[in-house]
Design a protein around this ligand. Structure first.
Ligand SMILES: Nc1ncnc2c1ncn2[C@@H]1O[C@H](COP(=O)(O)OP(=O)(O)O)[C@@H](O)[C@H]1O
Ligand SMILES: [Mg+2]
Length: 235
């Protein structure tokens, strides 16, 4: 579904990604784990068109997308839940969700998807007129995921959805991510520092160190790998 070949991204003199190769197949949950500063967010932004590769190619459903503007990439079926959620605090829950559907021209489909995200996260339905900024951290993450789903993506990119949330909320959000993948056949690319959790919901994983993919394997093998355990699982 998605193929990255030799992708390089720089911020001025700082090279954040050095020739990344990666592949995501339709229907999978794939995780990217790595320390703070490894380049995880940059890699997601390269896919969604928010960071421009200076070299390499990104193919989605057989077509190159690395030169497309972000809105065209959303239209092709990729939407991103950014790190730190980035919901619009002065807009209501419902307005935030409507913005997620800005590129669509099928009002009935948008209404169906609104009902779908409200069924996934009933709390958002009961808070639909509340301002986004007044939601708790967990509710804001639910809103950010729902807003991304409103574009009806075939590939959902999640940047550290567990960041700063209580364990019980994290479990709830991760079980919904699995549900979206199973029921809606949405392919998921999950970026996490919480490797233990990510490797439990994903089928495969990549390890990113200093802008380079240093390992890729099944999630089970990565969970058992001594180097991964020491570096990312704290055991
Ligand atoms: N806008 C930016 N300008 C300059 N350097 C940046 C910018 N964003 C990220 N970086 C640098 O790029 C590297 C990778 O950052 P990032 O992709 O945010 O890593 P991660 O998400 O894994 O924590 C880091 O060294 C970071 O300091
Ligand atoms: Mg990041």
């Amino acid at each position: 579904m998605l193929k990255m070949r030799g992708v390089e991204v720089s911020y001025g003199k700082i090279c954040a990604l050095h020739g990344v190769d990666l592949e995501i197949r339709s229907g999978e949950i794939v995780t990217l784990i790595g320390a703070n500063g490894a380049g995880k967010s940059t890699l997601l932004m390269a896919i969604s068109g928010l960071a421009r590769p200076i070299q390499g190619c990104i193919e989605f459903l057989g077509e190159e997308i690395q030169a497309l503007p972000p809105n065209r990439i959303v239209e092709r079926g990729i939407s991103q839940v950014p790190e730190g959620r980035r919901i619009f605090p002065q807009l209501t829950v419902r307005e935030n969700l409507e913005l997620g559907a800005f590129c669509r021209h099928d009002p009935q489909g948008v209404r169906d998807d609104l009902a779908y995200v409200f069924s996934l996260f009933p709390i958002l339905a009961s808070r639909s007129q509340q301002l986004g900024g007044t939601l708790s951290g967990g509710e804001q993450q639910m809103l950010a995921i729902s807003r991304a789903l409103m574009a009806r993506p075939s590939l959902l990119l999640l940047d550290e959805p567990s960041l700063g949330l209580a364990p019980i909320v994290i479990r709830q959000i991760f079980s919904i991510i699995q549900k979206i993948n199973q029921e809606h056949k949405t392919t998921v690319f999950l970026v996490e520092q919480n490797a233990n959790l990510a490797l439990k919901v994903a089928s495969r994983g990549y390890v990113l160190e200093n802008g380079r993919v240093t390992m890729t394997d099944s999630a089970d093998n990565l969970l058992r790998h001594e180097g991964v355990r020491q570096a990312y699982l704290g055991v």
